[in-house]
Design a binder for this molecule. Structure first.
Ligand code: NAG
Ligand code: NAG
Length: 382
């Protein structure tokens, strides 16, 4: 008992010596109880479909997070580069940073193109997890930053732009996974399980940013639905997808679109026939297996201590160690849902050959799998 009292006093003293940064005072830590993950049967039945996928462009790009497919061309956003592939060959690479180090062995601070979409006849728009929101012209190689990370736009600033979708040539919706951290240091948003994610509308012509959804537990993939009145957005940490209406009778309201997914969702994309949704699960939640994200969500005071009072460098090292595919087998999982959010089908990689999925996109013939951790694209025949 005496020992415990001494330890408690020591911890109390240690905590009282800390002065936390001002913006951390705004952080709210709340308890969230997720349901037990769904069991792997019915449309979630286990298979080896992605384990046996065809691997393309191995080691030719690092972490190809997102793609756009148009006829014979595939446009890829990867670490420090945007890549154009035509008829199965890389025909162009555009680099975000052209320093020697970044060209040789890119790291996140070089530039992190994430979700990418076509904006108009000439340009693509992409979220960059470090720099903000930018456009690229694949023919001329010009990159233009529209929203600069860290810049103040009437009281708001973007830190970790992650995915974007295009309403029309002037208006886009995009996610900021965390206003506090960016891709060079994403881990505190995970061990603190912070609700610092946001969704914005951005008008390119008038350069105005409008906040649509605040306090998300890591806002991630975004996809406008064919009704053109709503979009869906992934909330990675809570394994949930929300639907937000920006037009029509429900304008301005948010509802849950899919809950208790068998994993933490990343990018969302419509199938090429616009009848289904491809949902990449960045980290699966396998029923019966220990899940650190789910467990931590239940304990706000532990998250607060971890985030506010413990050395981030040590926690990051621990987090990285346990999540390194070399130290633990990483299950790959992705799902297909209908436009009402009902799961239709799933794709598994129990061996972990293709894991850490960030996006699925099809061209009617093949279904491509992108990964935020692997150095290749994978595909299966549909
Ligand atoms: C939807 O609501 C927003 C404010 O929440 C408003 O600015 C916008 O004009 C509305 N759109 C329509 C189509 O009513
Ligand atoms: C890959 O996914 C696993 C969970 O399946 C996760 O723990 C790990 O953090 C991911 N890898 C990276 C590099 O983020």
């Amino acid at each position: 008992m005496f020992k415990i009292a001494i330890i408690a006093m020591a911890i109390g003293y240690y905590l009282s010596c800390f002065k936390i940064p001002k913006e951390w005072e705004e952080l709210k830590f709340e308890a969230i109880e997720l349901k037990t993950p769904p069991s792997l049967d019915g449309p979630l039945k286990m298979d080896y479909v992605i384990d046996n996928a065809e691997i393309l462009f191995k080691d030719e790009m690092i972490r190809p997070e997102s793609i756009v497919i148009e006829e014979d061309a595939i446009y890829v956003s990867a670490m420090n580069e945007l890549v154009k592939i035509v008829n199965g060959k890389i025909v162009k690479k555009i680099f975000i940073s052209t320093t020697k180090e970044c060209l040789k062995s890119p790291i996140p601070s070089c530039g992190c193109p994430l979700g990418i979409r076509r904006l108009n006849k000439d340009l693509f728009i992409f979220a960059d997890g470090v720099n903000g929101l930018s456009t690229v012209n694949f023919e001329t190689g010009d990159i233009k930053t529209l929203i600069h990370a860290g810049k103040n736009y009437n009281g708001y600033s973007v830190s970790f732009a992650n995915d974007v979708d295009v309403l029309d040539e002037e208006n886009v919706f995009f996610t900021d996974s965390s206003w506090l951290y960016d891709e060079t240091n994403p881990y505190p948003a995970f061990f603190g399980e912070l609700n610092t994610g946001r969704v914005y509308k951005y008008n390119i012509k008038s350069d105005t940013l409008t906040l649509l959804i605040d306090e998300m537990y890591y806002a991630n993939g975004i996809q406008i639905l064919p009704d053109k009145k709503s979009f869906i957005v992934s909330e990675t940490l809570t394994a949930r997808i929300y639907r937000y209406y920006f037009d029509g009778p429900k304008n301005g309201s948010t509802e849950i679109f899919m809950d208790n997914l068998p994993g933490h969702p990343d990018n969302l994309r419509l199938s090429s026939d616009k009848k289904f949704l491809w949902i990449a699960l960045a980290m699966p939640r396998i029923s019966g297996k220990y899940e650190s994200v789910d467990t931590l969500l239940k304990y706000p005071s532990i998250r607060k201590i971890l985030h506010n009072y413990m050395p981030h460098s040590i926690l990051t090292a621990v987090f990285k160690y346990f999540n390194d595919p070399r130290n633990s087998k990483v299950y790959g999982l992705a799902i297909e849902a209908d436009l009402n959010g009902k799961i239709q089908r799933s794709f598994h990689s129990p061996e972990g050959n293709v894991n850490n999925l960030s996006q699925l996109t099809d061209d009617g013939k093949f279904l491509y799998f992108c990964s935020y951790a692997n150095p290749f694209l994978a595909r299966i025949e549909l």
